[in-house]
Design a protein around this ligand. Structure first.
Ligand code: NIG
Ligand code: FE
Length: 413
């Protein structure tokens, strides 16, 4: 095992979907050489010379299909309580908007999260990450946004920092204070935006390691003008931005996000051609969240044809959260991407690898299997990549390699 410890391994006897440029690019009989957590060589066994790597550890992948490690680029997986009772109410016909207006929705998770201990939040979040890992996730983004005051946002961010330390995957941290207007602000949402900009953001920047700032631009949340103030503040601290936009109505938040060079605009059901054009120009990724579309029984489809026509990259994510998307499987999001959004299996796979890397700004080191990129990959017991979006549930007996080292499946404990 010495060489495995030195992180020099030849992974062989596998088929590889490299996902370079977002395409399968299948290698039938492939070999990957990893060293110090990165890919040193990748290609067909016919072109490979074992003698060049004589001291390397050899690992047989037993004819599995290898893909890049999955990237879940939009989650809210740190939260207290759950909202199954709201789910029941929604099934009886009460809308998400109505529940939010009655003080439920995000606000009810805020109450539960404020009351929860850091240990309690850590434990439940860790378990949720383990579910995602069992499905091949090696990078996950996690948002704050259920604290909505300085102390509770710092508590959430501290839980995320702890998860980052303890979990053997990459974790990206997004600060999402403008998620909903907390009840102590009555209906004064401008004052809340002042509070975030003047009192919360400086402390967050001082004490936490954040990768992006996000907000919820919606009639039940914050207006484009308010979001713009946040974007300006984020720019001053050089924090990359993302936005929940066009989920329930069209406010052109996604066009605003593009104007500020956002990494991504997420949800997008009510986006139109002009939003797609602005996003294409700025290189802003459209992150589609089919779990939320499904749970809310939405009927408005994101403008996928316009995204494709304009060349907007499309990513897919679980949006794992207690309100709109209690979805613990990114593979199921792939299936929904095909069945609900009519994406091809190849497009859905690109949506959780190549394109998702752009949505987090890590495209230089992740998202596809190429020399010099991180050795994050999954070896699945399937014969064709379309199986990844085909099977519903269960496990695909995958082996997960993170930075060149095989990690155990946490759900098998
Ligand atoms: O991505 N849209 C806003 N935020 C979450 C839902 C949060 C919640 O309902 O708790 C989303 O769908
Ligand atoms: Fe979300």
């Amino acid at each position: 095992m010495q060489n495995q410890e030195r992180n020099q391994t030849i992974w062989h006897n596998c088929q590889i979907a490299t996902m370079a440029d977002g395409r399968y690019n299948l290698i039938e009989k492939g070999v990957i050489v990893t060293e110090k957590g990165k890919i040193r060589w990748i290609g067909s066994e016919a072109d490979f010379s074992y003698t060049d790597y004589i001291h390397y550890h050899k690992c047989d992948l037993e004819e599995r299909l290898v893909t890049p490690g999955f990237i879940d680029c939009h989650t809210h997986l740190v939260f207290g309580g759950n909202r199954s009772e709201e789910f029941e109410a929604r099934l009886e016909g009460v809308s998400y908007t109505e529940i939010a207006k009655r003080g439920g929705g995000i606000q009810s998770t805020v109450n539960a999260t404020r009351q929860a201990s850091e240990e309690g939040l850590f434990h439940t979040a860790k378990r949720r990450i383990e579910h995602l890992m069992a499905d091949g996730v090696t990078t996950v983004e996690i948002k704050s946004g259920y604290g909505l005051d300085l102390e509770s946002e710092l508590k959430m961010l501290s839980v995320i920092a702890q998860l980052k330390k303890e979990m053997p995957i990459s974790i990206h941290t997004t600060f999402l204070a403008a998620h909903a207007l907390p009840k102590e602000f009555g209906d004064d949402s401008d004052r809340y935006i002042d509070y975030i900009i003047e009192e919360v953001l400086p402390k967050v920047v001082e004490h936490c390691d954040i990768d992006a700032l996000d907000a919820f631009c919606e009639h039940i949340a914050f207006s484009p003008a308010q979001v713009e103030r946040l974007f300006i503040a984020a720019k001053e601290y050089q924090i990359p931005i993302k936005l929940h936009a066009e989920q329930l109505s069209s406010l052109h938040g996604s066009t605003l996000a593009a104007k500020y060079g956002a990494l991504s605009a997420d949800h997008m059901e009510y986006a139109d051609d002009s939003d797609a054009k602005a996003m294409a120009e700025a290189g802003t990724v459209a992150v589609l969240l089919p779990g939320a579309f499904y749970m809310l029984r939405e009927t408005q489809y994101p403008p996928i044809e316009a995204f494709k026509r304009e060349g907007v990259k499309i990513a897919l994510s679980t949006d794992l959260n207690p309100g709109t998307s209690p979805l613990l499987s990114l593979r199921l999001a792939l299936n929904m991407g095909c069945t609900l959004f009519k994406l091809t299996p190849e497009e859905t796979l690109a949506g959780v690898t190549y394109n998702a890397a752009f949505a987090l700004g890590v495209e230089k080191s992740e998202g596809s299997l190429e020399v010099g990129k991180l050795a994050n990959f999954v070896a699945w017991e399937v014969t064709h990549p379309a199986e990844l979006s085909y099977w519903l549930g269960g496990t695909l007996n995958n082996r997960v390699i993170y930075q060149g080292i095989e990690i155990s499946n946490p759900m098998n404990k």
